[in-house]
Design a protein around this ligand. Structure first.
Ligand code: CA
Ligand code: CA
Length: 357
């Protein structure tokens, strides 16, 4: 009888241990499938209201910026990335499935004015599956935001490890097919943007012979390179070489928008004054949109047309010459530079706005 009691006792002891073990395993399994907590790394879906992507440090409380979406009134602000990464410029393909994100590899330099001198790499974020894939080697310094219109390729500029000049490359979005499009070891080509018909790539180029960034176009295979605008009247600023930056196409392919520093005496957080322009791809019809619209005192940059071509979103630094107190926000204007409207009014950094087309 005692023996039976002991067996039953031992059995219940083992059953208790066994039950606890099962419970522990169930907790482990279920907690990994639970709703995400803020410490976890994941991508949120793009809301149907989303019209503009941008980056902001509104939730990180540090220099690190995450990707957000909003509508064209600055409403419905939605955080897309929850990550350990510092994001710079971003782009999105026409299917709205893939984001091309430029992420800082290493914070090697302390933040300095407009400068963002750290080494960066390109990542493809899949909004449908939540997967993320790094596309460029972390020993190189790559930056880009532009897809081919068929969504199969990205185009970007990259400084190879050990070099001090950039060239333009394209690559398939799965990371295959890396192709160098420019082959100049004595010039830096950067800021490439694919035309809406897929035929051309606009970019900027700086060389010892022409020591300012000029606006160029080439065929999308790298041939037939030609200068369409040489900004001889541009000025130098502490953090950027003189010239034009960030060309981007109108949806009908009739215009290219870009920015240029036009004055420097420490304004706008030591950035100086930058205006946004548009020009036809054949180099005719130059318009200073900032001047036309009567907002010529800010540092305006990274213009991006809306899908209907009637509006342009851009970023601007304004309000203080002190870099620590300068305001950075996303603005929108119409395609003639008028009807200026500020979309973000947070007291944090809202930067690099692009239209989701
Ligand atoms: Ca080069
Ligand atoms: Ca702000």
């Amino acid at each position: 009888m005692r023996k039976i009691e002991r067996v039953v006792k031992n059995l219940s002891k083992y059953m208790l241990i066994y039950t606890l073990l099962i419970l522990y395993l169930l907790i482990v399994i279920f907690s990994s499938g639970c709703p995400k907590n803020p410490e976890e790394h994941y991508i949120s879906a793009l809301p149907s209201s989303a019209q503009i992507l941008f980056v902001s440090n509104m939730d990180t409380g540090s220099r690190t910026k995450e990707i957000y979406a909003m509508d064209d009134n600055g409403e419905d602000v939605t955080r897309i990335t929850h990550s350990p990464y510092h994001h710079c410029i971003v782009g999105i393909d026409r299917t709205k499935r893939y984001i091309l994100a430029t992420r800082v590899v290493e914070d090697t330099d302390s933040p300095e004015g407009l400068g963002d001198e750290d080494r960066k790499s390109l990542w493809l974020l899949d909004l449908e599956t939540g997967n993320e894939k790094r596309l460029t080697d972390t020993s190189n310094n790559a930056e880009g935001d532009s897809f081919s219109p068929d969504g199969e390729w990205i185009v970007f500029h990259m400084v190879l490890a050990g070099e001090n000049q950039a060239d333009i490359y394209k690559m398939k979005i799965d990371g295959s097919g890396l192709t160098r499009l420019t082959h100049t070891n004595d010039a830096t080509e950067s800021d490439p943007s694919w035309s809406p018909d897929g035929e051309n790539i606009a970019f900027v180029s700086y060389s010892a012979q022409v020591p300012r960034f000029v606006l160029k176009i080439m065929d999308s295979d790298g041939n037939n390179m030609r200068t369409i605008y040489d900004p001889a009247d541009t000025v130098a600023t502490p953090y950027f070489k003189p010239g034009v930056y960030d060309p981007s196409w109108s949806p009908d392919g009739q215009w290219i928008v870009f920015e240029k520093p036009v004055h420097y005496s420490g304004e706008n957080g030591d950035a100086g004054i930058w205006h946004i322009y548009k020009i036809h791809p054949d180099g005719t019809g130059l318009v200073d949109l900032s001047k036309q619209g009567g907002h010529e005192s800010m540092a305006e940059y990274l213009p991006s047309f809306s899908g209907d071509g009637r509006q342009i979103v851009f970023s601007a630094r304004y309000g203080s010459s002190d870099p620590a107190n300068v305001q950075i926000d996303i603005f929108v204007m119409d395609d003639s530079g008028s009807s200026l409207s500020r979309l973000t009014d947070f007291d944090t950094i809202e930067d690099f706005g692009v239209w989701i087309k």
